[in-house]
Design a protein around this ligand. Sequence first.
Ligand SMILES: NC(=O)c1ccc[n+]([C@@H]2O[C@H](COP(=O)([O-])OP(=O)(O)OC[C@H]3O[C@@H](n4cnc5c(N)ncnc54)[C@H](OP(=O)(O)O)[C@@H]3O)[C@@H](O)[C@H]2O)c1
Length: 408
Amino acid sequence: MNAGTDRRPLGVALIGSTGSIGRQTVDVLGALPAAFRVVALAAGRNAAVLVEQAARLRPAAVAIAAESAAGLDLPPGTERVGGEAALETLVTRDDVDLVVVGTGGIVSLRPVLAALAAGKVVATANKETLVAGGHLVMPFARERAAAVAAARPGDPFASPLAWLRPIDSEHSAIWQCLVGEGTAGVEALILTASGGPFLDAPADLATVTPGQALRHPTWSMGAKITIDSATLANKGLEVIEAHWLYDVAYDAIEVVIHPQSVVHSAVRFVDGSLKAQLGTPDMRLPIQYALTYPERRPSPSSAVDLVAAGRLEFRAPDTDRFPALRIARAAGSIGQRATTALIAADEVAVERFLAGTLGFGDIPRVLEDAVARFGDGTDQAPDLESLVALDAEVRAEFASAPIGRGPA
Ligand SMILES: NC(=O)c1ccc[n+]([C@@H]2O[C@H](COP(=O)([O-])OP(=O)(O)OC[C@H]3O[C@@H](n4cnc5c(N)ncnc54)[C@H](OP(=O)(O)O)[C@@H]3O)[C@@H](O)[C@H]2O)c1
């Protein structure tokens, strides 16, 4: 692959270009035209934004999942790729060097595996790919890194994280703390969490509405991850994501509540030293780092003003009030059937909460039930097809089942 060393622009395929991460990635790419060329874009349903992005970026190919998006008004030179394997076709094109994943759920698991197998670099904001398929994805990244290490020890591409690059701000922070460090020196990873809109109130979370839960205190993100941040399920998924990305045991991954979202995460080393990465809550920074690694470039994100930030607070999470964090961590310790059941159930539960057919307090009940009923079994490292089938089975089960107390 073109690792950027020959200085021709890297070809980028952006999956989920119309979402929160996708649009911010378009902004970052647009500011670095000499370094990157957008080759392919893919969206779910938003034909209008996809067409506007295609007109602006002139990719060679686009795909849209919605069958209703019939005639796309694409610029000359942009072809539309269709069919079930459209995403795999886009990400494995010869002119693609780097794939950015901004989709939710496990829709991108298949294309991520195809991209890594084809020698592409993958930068992912999506955590479900690792939460469900970490055991399938990471071996590719480790194999690529080992091949580089054998030929060129010390090369920035001799790390699995050069091939599977995290965009999630916490995981980007840990990655940045680990650059130049050996894994033997790591004692623990410390993921920070804002605590979401209900950190201190109301006492009874059963009564909160989607409108309240969507008001995140520090980050502006898509609806699913915003609700996951309010239940702390998101932090639980991030613990599992960190376990796979950094090959660290679950009991060495800690979570700390940090309401200001300035310290994005930290690593504690065996000598007692703690390294943290600080930044303003702006996803364009971790997106850009994942694109330009191992280099840093000027970015539109402003640096943290420590004096203006003033006081930074930290406290332990309350898993009695926010049981989803405990449930997700337990699922991670069971294995990949449990984590797949967890994320499938969470997606349905969040959809139902937003639609007003499920109460906020019922979300963790759905997660616990899904892990107990679908997450057991001896095969805790299912192959891709079993994993996709389990995802569909769990979704179907919880799509309409009567659950708990219902909306307030
Ligand atoms: N937003 C953040 O700041 C943030 C931060 C950290 C991590 N993440 C993670 O990043 C992922 C995306 O989050 P988000 O907030 O950006 O979500 P989002 O705003 O809902 O965007 C999801 C994107 O995926 C597209 N999509 C859905 N189904 C598709 C399909 N079958 N084929 C191709 N594209 C498809 C959507 O297209 P349409 O819009 O056209 O339907 C949209 O572009 C999640 O895993 C989330 O946890 C997000």
